[in-house]
Design a protein around this ligand. Structure first.
Ligand SMILES: Nc1ncnc2c1ncn2[C@@H]1O[C@H](COP(=O)(O)OP(=O)(O)OP(=O)(O)O)[C@@H](O)[C@H]1O
Ligand SMILES: [Mg+2]
Length: 368
């Protein structure tokens, strides 16, 4: 057997398994997902979730806006409870804290774009440019099969410009500093989400992320976000409505929401009616976004994918299918991830609220 110095050293100092953490600080809870790489596959090591409301003495499940030290406290508890060992993390920034605009530019030259975008972005961003950090990426052009003879060739480039308020970045840096985690990068949650759920070969889709406080809508084609939209309603609105209508506590209303199958004839008609008001609102905005996309690009979207804790509502799928003219499915955030036997069983139950955390961890894995 040939002796190899490198093998000798490898055996003396076996390479440490590198683990990466995706962190999603949602309005109602923090989610973490720890991945590692095995034979070029992403493998799940651990994952977990912790409610934020108890850190401010409120009822579990409520959407919160906590200061950095409280969030850090919850994140430290969550990492301990989930036996997180990774030290490097990718942290998702909420879509609400970002401003996304699709801007048409007259050039695709990177240098020119770098000069022009901060000036052009002023028209779209309602706060002084000095108060935000700007990032942008070119939306790839469609490969055109035919070019009409009389079509004028213009060098129009769609650029997705993202602005994040500097206060938000400072807040996230503070959370990072208070925990033992080394935040390798921050990215807006929509980019994490689509990485977990879709790729270049996926059918076009509208992702509907029903969170606690808000619902996020992304239209994605060949893995690229073509449109995004925030709906100011989330699953918490359902709980609040049930609580008000029946004069019961938030906790009781939350339990009632989770136990009601909205597609079953056995369920209380009144509760179904209350739940339907919020769902109709969300689905009707989603339909409007679909319609305007179809008008702009003259093509239809293939499917709707529901994610977020709000999509765990029993019987949501038949209801959603009635609202949309296209196929509707529930997203599986762990579809790109392998799981060891001890985690496989729990993963069989839907975990649609982990899409953001999985996507963030996947990026770390890809870039390591
Ligand atoms: N089994 C269930 N049935 C119905 N609703 C559920 C269920 N589980 C969780 N939810 C709801 O999902 C919501 C939380 O979803 P999620 O964790 O995706 O939100 P978040 O990420 O904290 O919030 P946001 O995305 O708005 O920042 C809560 O309103 C909760 O009541
Ligand atoms: Mg969320």
């Amino acid at each position: 057997m040939a002796f190899s110095i490198s093998n000798f050293y490898k055996n003396l100092f076996p390479p440490k398994v590198q683990s990466f953490l995706g962190v999603d600080i949602g309005a109602s809870s923090i989610k973490v997902v720890q991945l590692t790489r095995k034979h070029d596959r992403a493998v799940l090591e651990t994952y977990g979730e912790i409610a934020l409301a108890p850190y401010d003495g409120k009822e579990m499940g409520k959407a919160m806006n906590l200061p950095p030290d409280k969030i850090a406290e919850a994140l430290i508890d969550l990492c301990r409870e989930s036996s997180v060992t990774a030290k490097r993390a990718a942290v998702a920034i909420p879509f609400v804290a970002s401003l996304v605009s699709l801007i048409e530019m007259p050039t695709s030259d990177q240098k020119q774009l770098a000069q022009m975008i901060p000036i052009e972005a002023r028209k779209y961003i309602p706060v002084p440019i000095s108060e935000v950090s700007l990032d942008w990426s070119i939306v790839p052009k469609e490969a055109k099969m035919f070019q009409a003879e009389n079509e004028i060739k213009t060098e129009k480039t769609d650029v997705m410009v993202v602005a994040i308020h500097n206060d938000t970045i400072t807040k996230y840096q503070e959370i990072g500093a208070k925990t033992n985690l080394n935040a390798a990068f921050y990215e807006i949650e929509m980019f994490s989400t689509i990485r977990a759920l879709l790729d270049q070969n996926s059918k076009s889709a509208m992702i509907v992320d029903i969170g606690a406080g808000t619902t996020k809508l992304y239209v994605v084609e060949r893995g690229v976000i073509k449109n995004s939209h925030l709906v100011n309603r989330g699953s918490q609105d359902i709980t609040l409505a049930i609580s008000n209508a029946n004069s019961i506590s938030f906790v009781e209303a939350e339990n009632l929401k989770r136990s009601t199958d909205i597609s079953s004839t056995q369920s209380d008609r009144n509760i179904i009616g209350i739940i339907a008001i919020t769902l109709d609102y969300i689905f009707s905005e989603a339909n409007q976004v679909l319609l305007s996309y179809e008008k702009k690009y003259a093509k239809t979207v293939d499917q709707v994918i529901l994610i977020g804790g709000g999509s765990l509502l029993k019987g949501i799928l038949p209801t959603a299918k009635r609202s949309f003219q296209i196929d509707v499915t529930l997203g599986d955030p762990f579809s790109k991830v392998e799981a060891p036997a001890f985690l496989r069983d729990v993963l069989k139950t839907a975990n649609p609220e982990f899409s953001v955390a999985v996507g963030a961890a996947l990026r770390m894995l890809q870039e390591s």
